[in-house]
Ligand binder design. Structure first.
Ligand code: CA
Length: 618
């Protein structure tokens, strides 16, 4: 579909056919006035467009200046630099394309007014609990968009790796469910068009950076969802991918230049060795293959060092923040693109939105290698990513082991203590996003032999320790991967999300006893955290675990919370004398999950494989 308003001016019929440039795309398709950075680079695509002269005309032209026009090896592209002066008012101007001094085509370019307070938006932060949804698998609110004529993949719910039909409407229909559950921010895996013949449901193979996949809805539907979230006091985090696009991306058939992508004589995969970028002893062949190798055959590797590509991605990111009112970005495969470009992206984002938050998927095993990527890290090579938040993969790995391992000198619950004790590596440990699972790893329950007690311990931990917790959709409903392990089944449909489903787990009557128990646990804990600033931003003190008991405290001027985990199978009665340095100020408390008062804090009894969360009282 051509989205352009296309005008032909002053043409005789003869030259209309001879000289008419079929302008297929102008990207970004529109922009805004009032950004700190006045520069805007348009990518213009159309047959032989490079042979045309470009000028700006119209009543709004004052202050809009063409500062440069760049030709690349493919004459079907032009990159046009505009300067939008501070005095420019919102409105429309005309981009004129001329041949032989005659205007042969025009594009009406709109500069919109930014929403009030746009630059001051507050990104997601410690007050939030993020809920991660894979939109194809949450709820199908509109069966009419399940198949769109002309698109390559059809819906087949019987196949775990096919599209299942979930969409934006399905999510919008369940915002009250999410609000009631107690989560405050929504991260959806990418919604942009993925017109790929296979595996298009997951969204990581973009075929159009400016268009929501019609099977999920429209750009306007996305904006509406954003407004509906904001009306409920909730936040929206977009998943963006700078590392790769989809092999069916429209530009793949007619690349601007050979170096638009990182190309190899024959298909070469990334090494996926993310630690090689920060490795002080890295060999060139390894750093090269990590960053320039392709993530997959169907995921061409973008060359972010191409200056036009770099601008394209940065502007695309800003465009979506401004268009959809985003409260944050999760950047996929963050460490794979060239890091100099990622550094500049972070800088540009924070210049335009100083209180914004971005979390990078830095999938590495150690706090030191993850910390390398967080903004203001004191790295030996001087690198500063400008990335405020990173995903806490080391904590995720520790969580998986902590409750299933036998207690030992350096095993079991001690894993949690050990991971947090390395927080000195991070410039801002409180701004890490913590999680027990996500769409790329086994569901936590699967890793614990379906032991719900251990899932509750993990959820209690990420909702009470430092960081910004992220919960994978369906965790509160005990979704598991089942026997047919694989990415497609990790991303299982929520029962009741589809018309005709046998039961509806979005309502308590449609849930099993165990599901209701888990839902109630999450509901209670999330809502407690939502109103408890000590759990959000309070200080953390923890005690070295002894005999499988791990105790820690979160506190600030308005409250104090004690968390005790018993990692033994059997019930334990513990003497809390060891925690005196914190506890001596308090006389009693209230256990949050069981809603019971505790009159004597000197002795506590904790059932096996469980957690006490005690709101302390003086
Ligand atoms: Ca649908």
């Amino acid at each position: 579909m051509k989205r352009l308003i296309f005008f032909l001016l002053f043409l005789t019929p003869a030259c209309m056919f001879a000289d008419q440039p079929a302008i297929e795309r102008v990207e970004p398709p529109f922009w805004w006035t009032g950004f700190r950075n006045p520069a805007l680079q348009l990518m213009i695509y159309g047959k032989d467009i490079a042979s045309k002269e470009i000028s700006v005309a119209g009543s709004q032209q004052e202050g809009v200046v063409v500062t440069a026009v760049h030709k690349v090896s493919n004459p079907n592209y032009l990159f046009v630099d505009l300067k939008i002066g501070a005095s420019v008012k919102p409105g429309v101007f005309s981009l004129n394309f001329s041949a032989n001094k005659k205007v042969v085509a025009s594009y009406l370019y709109e500069l919109k007014a930014r929403k009030k307070g746009s630059a001051q938006r507050k990104g997601f932060n410690n007050s939030d609990a993020i809920y991660l949804i894979m939109p194809d698998r949450f709820a199908n609110g509109d069966t009419a968009n399940d198949y769109i004529a002309g698109m390559k993949e059809k819906v087949d719910r019987s196949k775990p790796d096919s599209r299942h039909g979930g969409d934006i409407k399905g999510i919008a229909n369940h915002l009250d469910y999410l609000k009631e559950l107690g989560v405050t921010a929504l991260w959806m895996t990418p919604l942009l068009e993925n017109d790929q013949p296979k595996y298009s449901y997951h969204g990581y193979s973009c075929t159009d950076y400016y268009k929501v996949d019609p099977r999920f809805g429209t750009n306007a539907d996305y904006l509406k969802l954003s407004d509906a979230l904001h009306q409920r006091g909730m936040k929206l985090i977009a998943d963006q991918v700078f590392n790769h696009c989809g092999s069916e991306h429209w530009w793949m058939k007619d690349l601007p230049s050979a170096d638009w992508l990182n190309q190899w004589p024959e298909f070469t995969r990334s090494t996926y060795r993310a630690g090689s970028v920060s490795d002080p002893y890295v060999a060139t062949i390894d750093s090269n293959q990590f960053s320039r190798g392709w993530f997959d055959k169907t995921m061409p590797d973008l060359n972010q060092r191409n200056p036009y590509m770099k601008n394209y991605l940065i502007q695309n990111s800003i465009w979506w923040v401004e268009y959809a009112g985003l409260d944050g970005i999760r950047q996929d495969t963050y460490s794979y693109p060239f890091k100099d470009m990622m550094q500049e992206w972070g800088k540009r984002m924070l210049e335009e939105y100083p209180d914004f938050n971005i979390v990078g998927e830095c999938w590495m095993d150690y706090p030191a290698t993850v910390a390398y990527w967080q903004k203001d890290s004191k790295n030996l090579d001087g690198f500063n990513s400008n990335l405020p938040s990173v995903m806490d993969f080391p904590l995720h790995d520790a969580l998986i082991k902590a409750f299933i391992e036998k207690e030992g000198w350096n095993t079991g619950i001690l894993r949690l203590y050990e991971i947090l004790s390395q927080d000195f590596s991070y410039p801002a440990p409180g701004n890490l996003v913590t999680f027990a699972d996500n769409h790329d790893v086994n569901r936590f329950l699967d890793t614990q032999n379906d032991d719900i007690r251990k899932l509750k311990m993990a959820m209690a931990f990420i909702l009470t320790t430092r960081g910004i917790p992220q919960i994978f959709y369906g965790t509160e409903l005990l979704l598991t991967t089942g026997v047919d392990k694989g990415h497609g089944t990790i991303r299982r449909d929520v029962p009741g999300g589809w018309p005709g489903d046998k039961r509806n787990a979005f309502f308590s009557a449609g849930r099993t006893v165990a599901e209701n128990d888990m839902y109630n646990f999450m509901h209670k804990l999330l809502n407690y955290r939502r109103s408890n600033t000590a759990l959000q931003t309070g200080k953390l003190v923890h005690f070295i675990p002894v005999d499988g008991i791990y105790a820690y405290f979160r506190y600030n001027s308005s409250g104090s919370v004690m968390v005790v985990m018993n990692n033994n199978e059997e019930l334990k009665a513990i003497d809390t004398g060891r925690y005196r340095e914190v506890l001596e100020k308090f006389k009693s408390g209230r256990e949050i999950i069981s809603s019971t008062d505790i009159k004597d804090l000197s002795k506590l009894t904790i059932p096996g494989k469980s957690v006490l969360i005690i709101d302390l009282k003086k």
